[in-house]
Design a protein around this ligand. Sequence first.
Ligand code: SF4
Length: 316
Amino acid sequence: MTDDYLRVSYSSLNTFESCPRKFEFSKLFDRRPWTGEEFAAAVGTALHKGYQEYLVSNDRDKALWAMAKAYPHELEWTVEASKAEPRSLAACAITLDAMIDSDAMNEWEVAQIKNPQGEIVPAIEVPYEIRFKGITLPDGRGVAHVGFMDAIMRHKGSNDLFRTLDIKTHRRFAREATSKYRYDNQQTPYGICIEHIQGKPVDQFEVLYFDTFVDLAEPVITLYDFARDQHDIQDWLTNTILKIQNIQRYMEMDFFPRTDGGCMSWNKACPMMTPCQSRDRNAIQEWLLAGENPEQRAPEIPWILAWIDPFGNEGD
Ligand code: SF4
């Protein structure tokens, strides 16, 4: 069995769905080291850290300190004041208070998990990797699905009831977001991770989207929770395998199609407009590296490593 994997995530598979060519550029070519961290995303990370600290310690001061330490003070100066102000440190402190006041987790406690060093730790920011048996890409690699879970919670009244959590921070004014999350599958594979933790199949678990409108005057926290079960996990697996088989096919053909849907997203042109004109791999590689050395990033060491046999050829 191969020990080298193409690692895809919820977000990279979404890229694949929106434009296979864009996926090819980001996953199948060497890239320059990435230096473009964005202010809004970094603010989201700071709020994650603050709330995750609160989940572990139940201490508002520690949560505030964790958020403030992670706050991107330097990046704040790289954006216009009108964009920085609603995500200022003060706005984040008020938003974090609102997150804690939402009482979303009254009946829940953070589950415990063994990390790669063998220590039992709170299941916060848990990296996982799900490897698919029986799939080999034309370049000899296997395929794995990877990601981070913001938190795994266990119900205080029942050892068998789990809830996973995804914190979504944003400045989107369209508030009602049921349609955004109802069939979103970001957290569905977390069920496979829960099975791994408890050592038996999970009948049902809960996914919570912690939707957080960041604001200085009026932050809004809306909780969207949904049940997921084995049917959802199976749907996710089937859908994921179909996408991976398409990746396999496009690699065999050496042809990743361009999107038919235009090349703008979030009102910005795709940054790949120039290399996208070419089908010459060497020319594309040269353009992408622009004379720099490729990024060498070691894969994350997963806390949960699961193998799935999607074709049912082997025992698990
Ligand atoms: S320029 Fe258009 S077709 Fe090419 S990668 Fe970007 S979105 Fe896809």
